[in-house]
Write a protein that binds this ligand. Structure first.
Ligand code: 2IO
Length: 396
């Protein structure tokens, strides 16, 4: 019997294990991780709503060393409100539609044309990964020429945050990556303090936003880099896979009908949630689903399991875009039914940006899908964040 997220068959396909523990009463204790796995939708939602009982303490060891400081999810109260507002200013409202949407569209078009100039290409390595990093650098206001370098550091930092087991050598390498990135960012920060622009880095530097120190700005910049980049190509690749395997009607509708395309994105986020788990720690002895979880224990809220809970979603393993309504914004707000952006106090603040970015890039992709076909198998990896590592495509 499978008992741990670390069992090899779970990496290949975690969903049977999620279902198994969902159907067993109580909260599953993972003996190898020494952590509690919350898998049912109601329980995950309830844990994420109770932010003083289920705290973000695990991020102090899992994230802080490579973020060079605390990330937004570790903050509460006025500090949280102030820094959240500073970031929101740079990624919402008119700046999103008027400044960033055209840039993102241009970027997606250029990168996809580059990828498609080959007879056979890989949507992950030839398009998605490049797109994800460059889209994030666009909002941070960092020039494209640095993308290669930053991507290497980003990969190390992501590895540190999202691996469930790692070696001493790996951790050393990952921390070195974050130190390099910090040293790279500092001169940019100093420059933006004197010559602010409208990019996020400039906004974080402005004293009106609480007068953050260099190291606070570094931590939030790395936080944004990771949170915006890591889920983006995963979602676009899964979306493409769903559309291509759903028959010609799906690809045609996705191209012609913006509302349908948006429902497809929401359904992709539900069915293949790029962030599969959210770590928390109990502040005191807590009873959840009839199980006593002692104070100070690590719990993993399994988003990937909750979003396929049959008690909440009909035919949970099927791709059914229409379940999300009709192209409204709701699945990308705190009122969302699925939990792909989390829930409660630390609901993803980039959700509106994600919606714009994903719909814009998906529209560019959708225009070409009728002329593309799968040219091999989708391969996936990851348990914290999970996504395709390759999706081979070719022209029809
Ligand atoms: C960056 C995991 C991609 C966040 C994290 C240490 C904190 C926080 C999340 C998301 C997505 C990333 N957690 N974003 O789950 O900022």
């Amino acid at each position: 019997m499978t008992t741990s997220l670390l069992d090899p068959e779970v990496m290949v396909d975690p969903y049977p294990f999620y279902r198994e523990i969902q159907h067993t009463p109580g909260i599953h204790h993972d003996p190898r991780l020494n952590a509690w796995l919350i898998s049912r939708y109601d329980a995950v939602r309830s844990a994420l709503s109770q932010d003083t009982l289920f705290t973000t303490a695990p991020l102090a060891t899992r994230a802080e060393p490579v973020m060079r400081g605390r990330v937004l999810a570790q903050m509460t109260g006025s500090e949280h409100a102030l820094k959240m507002a500073a970031i929101m200013k740079g990624i919402s409202g008119r700046i999103l539609t008027e400044r960033y949407a055209p840039l993102i569209e241009k970027l997606a078009t250029r990168l996809l044309n580059d990828a498609m100039s080959q007879d056979h290409f890989d949507l992950v390595t030839d398009f998605g990964r490049r797109f994800a990093v460059l889209a994030t650098l666009t909002i941070l206001g960092i020039d494209e020429e640095y993308a290669q370098q930053i991507r290497g550091w980003h990969d190390g930092i992501t590895h540190y945050v999202t691996s469930l087991v790692s070696t001493e050598d790996e951790r050393r390498h990952d921390i070195a990556c974050s130190e390099h990135l910090e040293q790279f960012l500092l001169p940019f920060i100093h420059e933006r303090r004197h010559h602010p622009d409208t990019d996020l880095l400039s906004l974080l530097c402005q004293t009106s936003n609480g007068g953050m120190t260099d190291s606070e700005v570094v931590a939030l910049a790395i936080n944004i880099l990771l949170a915006a980049t890591e889920p983006s190509d995963k979602t676009l690749t899964y979306l493409t896979y769903h559309l291509l395997t759903h028959g010609p009607d799906a690809t045609a509708s996705a191209h012609q009908d913006q509302a349908y395309l948006q429902d497809c994105i929401a359904e992709t986020l539900r069915l293949h949630s790029p962030v599969q788990l959210i770590p928390r720690q109990t502040a005191q002895d807590t009873i959840l689903d009839g199980t006593l979880i002692p104070a100070g224990e690590t719990v993993f809220c399994l988003i990937g399991a909750a979003n396929r809970d049959a008690a909440v979603f009909d035919h949970p393993t099927e791709f059914r875009p229409h379940r999300h309504g009709s192209g409204g914004a709701r699945p990308f707000t705190a009122a969302a039914h699925h939990l792909a952006f989390g829930h409660g106090l630390h609901f993803c603040i980039g959700a509106a940006f994600a919606r714009m970015q994903l719909t814009t890039a998906a529209a560019v992709l959708a225009a070409h899908l009728p002329h593309l076909r799968l040219d091999g198998n989708l391969a996936e990896s990851g348990l914290y964040t999970r996504g395709p590592i390759t999706l081979p495509l070719s022209h029809r």
